[in-house]
Design a protein around this ligand. Structure first.
Ligand code: SF4
Length: 100
């Protein structure tokens, strides 16, 4: 087999593998995840423990945090803090930072 033919076959095989590889959706972050617990993450900002986290203010939610990677209306989206996981749009954690 000549080199050119091997290259073409390799490219075809590689694209086939890519086509059948399952698309992995990001997992949703669980509140009991140790990193989530450490940062006081909750799926719903209405449940933030205000005594424990006095810096929390009404209106602070993941979807308006500068670290949120989803779109404004998305129920779930990625987060710069919790790599590879999705956080709830209405959620909150102590790393919240106002979106510019
Ligand atoms: Fe939500 Fe922002 Fe905390 Fe990520 S860093 S969990 S987007 S508040």
């Amino acid at each position: 087999m000549d080199k050119k033919r091997r290259v073409v076959l390799f490219a075809a095989a590689a694209s086939s593998v890519a086509a059948i590889a399952p698309v992995r959706a990001q997992q949703r972050l669980e509140e009991k995840d140790p990193q989530a617990v450490a940062l006081g993450y909750v799926h719903d900002a209405k449940r933030v423990d205000r005594k424990k986290f006095p810096k929390f203010a009404d209106g602070q939610v993941c979807s308006n945090c500068s670290l949120y990677q989803g779109k404004a209306g998305d129920a779930w989206g990625g987060c710069g803090i919790f790599a590879g996981k999705q956080v709830a749009g209405p959620g909150w954690c102590t790393a919240w930072a106002k979106k510019a």
